[in-house]
Design a protein around this ligand. Structure first.
Ligand code: PLP
Length: 378
């Protein structure tokens, strides 16, 4: 079956006991057993819950994976990956990471003896060169936040596998509709389902997908042992949200392309970052490894911070907010919001200037979005 069909049906047969067409919310902590050791596959909802299981199979299907695991947040899912490491182990990561991932690596993993080494996100040779006998994972986010830099997943996976190292890809920005890292050789795909997968800005969640059975068993063990699982209702909301992933992503992208082109020609804009523009340094790679370019657009304004402050205040439809991937348009100022904890000099050197704005382009009518930006820039 094709992607859009699987997004609606995978893992969701009509309920056998009632025929309910929409998969029910199994709001139960426990399951009555018919005899000692006799149950219907569920015993206690931390270990397994039917609504969560439906979500896990659906997400696995969308990422071309055999196995899926859902979590209470993206960071709970990332912690699960870290649980497979031991003191002395090492991660090699792209340097353009989501702030919460960086904090997890530096303030939680490092004190436990798990070290992360950072390399320039786009530089395949640098990942390979940083691998030592202690390296267990290469961790790549692509496209990155907020500059939408791409990592060549297939090339990084080839280099990693030559050393017995596994590859984790954070696929949150692209969504499986536009990019399927396991098909390109990655070993684990991670999602903050909070973003495009749920798509309605009303749930926090995470997920891991893999084809590697021993790895899946280790991750599943930790999911139950540490217990960072999503409740039945949140699982159901994500399951409901993901049904429209294909149509949403198409519209996010259509609107994003229109805005990227509009901004590219605007006299008050210095530079636009969107992997679907031929001027983007990773445009060719995007065409090769992705099935589209996504809904995130960043742009650098002319003028200084004061000009940016005025523009942000004047936006009506674009809400000034962190997060991304919902149906509504958001605008974020990375320098003072998502990337505020990075020292200014480091931030500027990476291109995250005081005048950079990041748009999560929603699926409103694009004429209203362009009108909103036009009046704000005037
Ligand atoms: C939001 C996000 C995360 C963290 O997920 P939470 O659901 O907030 O815990 C990780 N990576 C990326 C790229 C994100 O955007």
């Amino acid at each position: 079956m094709e992607f859009a069909t699987r997004a609606i049906h995978a893992g969701q047969e009509p309920d056998p006991s009632t025929g309910a067409t929409i998969f029910p919310i199994y709001q139960t902590s426990t399951y009555t057993q018919s005899g000692l050791g006799e149950n219907k596959g569920f015993e206690y909802s931390r270990s397994g819950n039917p609504t969560r299981a439906a979500l896990e199979s659906c997400l696995a299907s969308l990422e071309s994976a055999r196995f899926g695991l859902a979590f209470a947040s993206g960071l709970a899912a990332e912690s699960c990956i870290l649980s497979t490491l031991r003191p002395g182990d090492q991660i090699v990561a792209g340097d353009d990471l989501y702030g919460g991932t960086y904090r997890l690596f530096e303030r939680v993993a490092r004190p436990l003896g798990i070290e992360t080494v950072y390399v320039p996100a786009r530089d395949v040779a640098a990942y390979a060169a940083a691998i030592t006998e202690r390296t267990k994972y290469i961790w790549a986010e692509t496209p990155t936040n907020p500059l939408l830099t791409l990592v060549d997943i297939a090339a990084v996976a080839t280099a990693a596998h030559a050393h017995g190292v596994k590859v984790v890809v954070d696929n949150t920005f692209a969504s499986p509709y536009f990019q399927r890292p396991l098909e390109l050789g990655a070993d684990i795909v991670f999602h903050s389902t909070t973003k495009y997968i749920n798509g309605h800005s009303d749930v926090i969640g995470g997920a891991l997908m893999t084809n590697d059975e021993p790895l899946y068993e280790a991750l599943k063990f930790y999911q139950n042992a540490a217990g960072g699982v999503p409740g039945a209702f949140d699982s159901w909301l994500v399951l409901r949200g993901v049904k429209t992933l294909a149509v949403r992503m198409r519209q996010h992208q259509e609107n994003a392309i229109a805005l990227a082109l509009f901004l590219s020609e605007h006299p008050k804009v210095r530079k636009v970052y969107y992997p679907g523009l031929p001027s983007h340094p990773d445009y060719e790679l995007a065409r090769r490894q992705m099935h589209g370019f996504g809904g995130m657009v960043s742009f650098d304004m002319k003028g200084g911070l004061s000009a940016v402050k005025k523009v942000v205040k004047r936006l009506h439809i674009f809400a000034l907010a962190e997060s991304l991937g919902g149906i509504e348009s958001l605008c974020c100022h990375p320098a003072t919001m998502t990337h505020a904890s990075i020292p200014a000099a480091v931030r500027e050197a990476r291109g995250v200037t005081d005048t950079l704005l990041r748009l999560s382009v929603g699926i409103e009518d694009v004429r209203d979005l362009i009108a909103d930006i036009t009046q704000a820039l005037e």
